[in-house]
Design a protein. Structure first.
Length: 103
């Protein structure tokens, strides 16, 4: 999964030709560590149709603030430069992500 930053978010996410799922995380957060393999599994199963990237919210305050991300793990889907959907509750597995992001 590609790591994005405040510096390349627009190019990697907003200008992407395919839908993009952004996994907002913190490196030390246990729930993020648990969710990471699930997001990687989804990335593999949607290869070529959806791009998956991750963004460390502690190191990238600009993007975190722009989209109001206050807690992690948190995922958002972008299409055509616009936020389309996001996870809405405690994420317990890949089916929550598939449902919330309409994958």
């Amino acid at each position: 999964m590609t790591e994005v930053t405040d510096n390349n978010f627009e190019a990697e996410v907003l200008q992407s030709q395919v839908p993009v799922v952004v996994f907002f995380y913190m490196t030390w957060a246990g729930p993020c560590k648990v969710l990471n393999p699930i997001v990687l599994e989804l990335e593999n199963s949607h290869q070529g149709r959806v791009k998956f990237v991750k963004l460390d919210i502690e190191a990238n305050v600009e993007v975190r603030s722009r989209y109001g991300v206050k807690s992690v793990p948190f995922l958002m889907k972008f299409e055509n430069g616009e936020q389309q959907s996001q996870t809405r509750r405690q994420i317990s597995g890949k089916f929550d992500i598939i449902h919330d992001l309409s994958l």
